[in-house]
Design a protein around this ligand. Sequence first.
Ligand code: BES
Ligand code: MN
Ligand code: ZN
Length: 478
Amino acid sequence: MNLTLSINPLNQIEADALIVPVVEGDAALPAGLESAKSWFDALKASGEFAGKSGELVILHQPAGFKAKRLVVAGAGKTLEPRTLTAAVVRSLKSKGVKTAALALASPSAGHVEAAAEGALLGNWESEKHKSKSDAKFLESFTIAASGDFEAALRRGRILGESQNFTRDLVNEPANLLAPLNLADRAKGMCLEVGLEFDVLDQDRMKQLGMGSLLGVAQGSAEPPALIVIRYKPTGKPSSTDHLGLVGKGVTFDTGGVSIKPSEGMEKMKYDMAGGAAVLGAMRAIAQLKPSIQVTAFVPAVENMVGSRAQRPGDIVTSYSGKTIEVLNTDAEGRLILADAVTYAKKQGCTHLVDAATLTGAIVVALGSINVGAFTNNDAMLNRVLTAAKAEGEKMWHMPCEDEYRDLLKSPYADLANIGPRGAGSISAAWFIREFVDETPWVHLDIAGTAWLDDNKPYMPKGPTGVGVRTFVRLAESW
Ligand code: BES
Ligand code: MN
Ligand code: ZN
């Protein structure tokens, strides 16, 4: 989709639709729309439009405008340009609208950025594998705003496209996206945006002794890969800190021998959403060029059943040297993350954030609204939560106190990969923490938020791309 800015008077803008957000309680239309005043006054007086979120009224052939339609969109109590734009774009594209413009009354850089993101996010569909798709798309989107907003538009475009890149990866079925395919896609992205790409193959991982990751991978005919992507700022970095982004990349999770019920198992193609979010973030970071060093690590494996699969009770030796009793082969995410975070530390990362579709328990706790955020360091958590807030990604601080560590005691190994019933997301977080040790770290459990089960006005059901914007903002604000 073509994204542009316009400083033309609103009535001079040529488009299939001119979108005007109206905040609840606003008595009049913003400046520049005077010729539609009597129509709008009558609309409000009728009680059919109050500015509530979700309200949409379309006037065809508005007198005095070059646009073919005037679209007033309820914004609710406060304007949130990202979700509003995405929702309106979703609605308009389904009607066959091809070109749209958004009137921003008192625009800020933040609003322009968010509107650009919203337009891209709202224009995304998962129709790639349909031989005959009836999906309709917007071809161009203009933001009407006076002021110099080129940089804001660019950032919005990069973030929106990168989040959609992540959503495309997450949406890909596991037969078309095995670990090595994910590595290929990551490599292609790196070539496109100019990032250093590296991958550790199975042999290299064996040499290094990544027994925890390899234990998960051994049940699949698809070999594993540890994807490593390096971003180094040009010029002098703002600090000696080195941020590591780690993302769970299980391309399919059957549960292994501790097999999952078949009902709904097809969804487990999204078990690489954390890894995809990290890749999307790197795609944006390469273009936005923050001044801190960032390295991404995506352990990619397929968790399968078979005669070579690991068994409950197996004891593996992780890259860190710690031994693990694998009580449940379905708790595989933490096993691959353990070796990935150890590798990230050995690569010199001073601060770590991981994103993982780690537990069903976080879905029980927070549903599809909030990401669960766990930490060993409150200052680090603050940085992540501040970035998330600025980007409109909801995250909730979950406990990770010392008392919970005991849940992972094993009589036979240094630790077990699951705890007893209760606090399942916290014991999972603690498992990763055992390998992170003292390095400031935040763990984001995105099992509930990376995939929507139902359509929302601003997003279709399916992959959300959660995490991308927070990661990018975190690096930029360091
Ligand atoms: N990938 C799953 C977690 C998951 C569940 C993601 C539902 C998205 C939706 C993870 O590997 C897993 O299977 N976790 C187990 C852990 C249990 C065996 C301790 C779970 O949550 O049931
Ligand atoms: Mn699992
Ligand atoms: Zn999993």
